[in-house]
Write a protein that binds this ligand. Structure first.
Ligand code: CTP
Length: 135
């Protein structure tokens, strides 16, 4: 059995996330997704629109995902790889090079991101589309 592990915030769950999961699921038998907790995001200076529990609910509902785990800090990845018997650690290629050190435990892959969509761009578009408040 081939187990794949990836991490992310997955806020405003979008088709770029789905396509990443679809491609990862195609590389093995079990896809585990680490979802960043709100406390971890706060430490990164990042604020998600949806709460950790809401993001977990959406990621878990995706048919490519077999298991969701919390991502609480930067240094848990090696432990998770060993704990879950991970064969492939994978991230989008915006993270290229960042996790090469995990190659001592398993294969490390960086997949091309889906172009034209990101949580940040959705937030910007929606912010621009909102009516101006009068008052
Ligand atoms: N991802 C992807 N294609 C996209 C957007 C994200 O493959 N269009 C991947 C990222 O490379 C990462 C994972 O999805 O491995 C989680 O990314 P996340 O940061 O949660 O999503 P983004 O849309 O990139 O959010 P943000 O704009 O806040 O960085």
């Amino acid at each position: 059995m081939t187990t794949i592990l990836t991490y992310g915030t997955f806020d405003l769950f979008h088709f770029g996330h789905v396509r990443l999961f679809a491609r990862l699921a195609g590389k093995g038998d079990r896809l585990i997704v680490g979802v960043s907790t709100d406390a971890f995001n706060a430490r990164k200076g990042k604020a998600a629109f949806f709460s950790y529990q809401q993001r977990v609910e959406m990621v878990r509902a995706c048919r490519y995902v077999d298991q969701v785990i919390p991502e609480r800090h930067w240094d848990q990845k090696a432990d998770d790889i060993l704990k879950y018997g991970v064969d492939i650690f994978a991230m989008g290629d915006d993270w290229r090079g960042h996790f090469d050190h995990l190659g001592v435990h398993c294969r490390v892959l960086y997949l091309p991101r889906t172009e034209t969509v990101s949580t940040t761009s959705i937030k910007s578009s929606l912010a621009g589309a909102l009516p101006v408040e009068h008052g």
